[in-house]
Design a protein around this ligand. Structure first.
Ligand SMILES: Nc1ncnc2c1ncn2[C@@H]1O[C@H](COP(=O)(O)OP(=O)(O)O)[C@@H](O)[C@H]1O
Ligand SMILES: [Mg+2]
Length: 167
């Protein structure tokens, strides 16, 4: 599928998924990811957690200018489908350490740019120690799973009673 920028046909994507046309890449707690084979992936939300994460990632991508995140091309109106740049899997967090010039995760958490995005968007710094949350794009590590913010965690992952206590 060739992309005419700003004109992604989400009906076609949805149909292609039903036809099992795209290669499966991965699955998380709320989304299934397929390869669109044009440099992009589609993240398909299959519950309200997935919708919340698609919404959050889209919001962050719109306002961010750090190049630390894989960029989002578009999202469907209902936030079920989100099209993101495809990154190459990172097998070891060592590649992220190398890029930021640090020797371990403790030093990684001290990197100013990462502290900044963590505090601006409510991302958990410790999540960045997991290589699955990163990918390589144009030779640089980028964050590919950034929908799991404090807000999303509180609203969709926390036990309702705990949530009340935290209010
Ligand atoms: N931009 C991307 N490029 C390549 N693979 C990706 C990308 N985004 C996600 N994936 C793959 O899909 C898996 C699930 O996506 P993820 O964003 O982690 O979903 P969830 O937020 O539901 O956990 C990831 O672990 C990763 O292997
Ligand atoms: Mg994930």
């Amino acid at each position: 599928m060739e992309f005419n920028k700003n004109k992604i046909d989400f009906n076609e994507i949805s149909l292609n998924i039903k036809r099992r046309y795209y290669k499966f890449i991965g699955i998380g707690s709320g989304r299934i990811v397929y390869d669109l084979e044009n440099g992009y992936v589609v993240k398909v939300a299959n519950n309200n957690k997935g919708i919340a994460q698609n919404k959050t990632e889209y919001k962050i991508s719109l306002s961010d200018n750090t190049n630390l995140f894989a960029k989002i091309l578009d999202v469907s109106e209902n936030f079920k489908y989100l099209v993101m740049e495809k990154a190459i899997k990172i097998k070891d967090i060592f590649y992220v350490w190398k890029y930021f010039n640090v020797k371990n995760n403790k030093e990684l958490y001290q990197v100013k740019e990462l502290q900044n995005i963590s505090s601006i968007y409510g991302l958990l710094l410790i999540d960045l120690r997991r290589p699955v949350n990163w990918g390589m794009l144009n030779g640089r590590p980028v964050i590919i799973d950034y929908g799991y913010t404090n807000e999303v965690r509180r609203r969709y992952y926390m036990h309702p009673l705990l949530r009340l206590l935290r209010k």
